[in-house]
Design a protein around this ligand. Structure first.
Ligand SMILES: Nc1ncnc2c1ncn2[C@@H]1O[C@H](COP(=O)(O)OP(=O)(O)OP(=O)(O)O)[C@@H](O)[C@H]1O
Ligand SMILES: [Mg+2]
Length: 279
């Protein structure tokens, strides 16, 4: 799902508190399009400037942790520019949407590993006491900080690195909540995917992550609730005229998430069998 990338301008005092300045903008600003709802996102030289929200200092803090422990699947986070925008590395490469790669099986394993490494790096992270997160959908559990929007539309592929972008909704969650969302988007778990292919690719993600048998069963059970949670966000946004969800609902996204959730419920047994039998 494409998310609102930005909220209201962040508190300048928060930016001063973390005191990382990347100075003036000297290069030309090139608007970055491709997201459904990003406003004001630009590329400047080798950086991306994201309008900040109250959560941006915490996102910067978290990304800095990932950078410092050598996690390669996140852009470098540089701090804030003189306009208060969050400055991150511009990652060279392509966003593949729909997700098209030469070998889907190995790609799914790689996605699983990308998230495993992220979660292992995150497990060591201690957020500041005053951390602020942009919680769009509350997770099943709050064990660690996770991405919450790991999907083909937020993955830049290049020869050296696969990098998750768009960390504005990073927040507390659980490993399997994040993985269920990724499985939905990458496989994708949708009516056009044959159940046998879906099971094989789901198993490849689980293998890449290194899930235990118990976790495989838990992941399988979380798929539908995770997809329904997005459906409900859109449905509630539609009912209460909350943007951008109301607009996305009217563009048909709610219907798509509903049919994907029903697909997963309908094929729960073969999906579970596939994920359990691959080890
Ligand atoms: N760090 C980055 N490096 C390279 N390209 C980027 C980066 N951040 C954003 N982009 C480009 O800008 C596009 C939109 O960015 P982003 O995903 O952050 O916007 P969004 O509106 O939040 O998207 P979504 O639809 O996922 O909500 C991406 O698809 C990608 O092409
Ligand atoms: Mg995005």
């Amino acid at each position: 799902m494409r998310r609102p990338a930005f909220g209201p301008a962040s508190d300048a005092a928060q930016h001063r508190r973390i005191a990382v300045s990347v100075g003036a903008v000297t290069d030309r600003e090139v608007p970055l399009l491709g997201g459904y709802v990003s406003l004001g996102l630009v590329r400047v030289g080798d950086t991306v400037r994201r309008p900040s929200g109250p959560w941006s200092p915490s996102v910067h803090h978290f990304l800095s942790h990932l950078n410092s422990v050598g996690y390669e699947g996140a852009p470098k986070s540089f701090g804030f520019d003189e306009q208060g925008r969050h400055v991150v590395e511009y990652v060279q490469g392509d966003v593949s949407l729909p997700f098209q790669v030469p070998d889907l099986n190995s790609a799914m394993r790689r996605v699983g590993k990308l998230l495993r490494d992220l979660h292992d790096a995150s497990a060591e992270y201690v957020p500041p006491d005053d951390a602020v997160w942009n919680i769009v959908i509350p997770a099943d559990r709050c064990d660690l900080i996770v991405h919450h929007d790991a999907a083909p539309w937020n993955l830049v592929l290049n020869a050296d690195r696969w990098v998750l972008i768009d960390w504005d909704t990073t927040a507390p969650g659980s490993r399997l909540w994040d993985l269920a969302y990724a499985a939905h988007g990458f496989i994708p778990l949708a009516p056009n995917t044959s159940p046998s292919a879906a099971g094989r690719l789901l198993a490849a993600i689980a293998d890449g992550y290194g899930l235990t048998d118990e976790q495989r069963a838990e992941l399988s059970a979380l798929l539908a609730p995770r997809i329904w949670s997005m459906y409900r966000l859109l449905a509630d946004g539609h009912s209460n005229s909350v943007e951008p969800w109301a607009r996305l609902w009217s563009e048909g996204h709610g219907e798509a998430w509903r049919s994907d959730a029903e697909y997963v419920e309908q094929h729960h047994r073969p999906l579970l069998a596939a994920i359990l039998n691959s080890v």
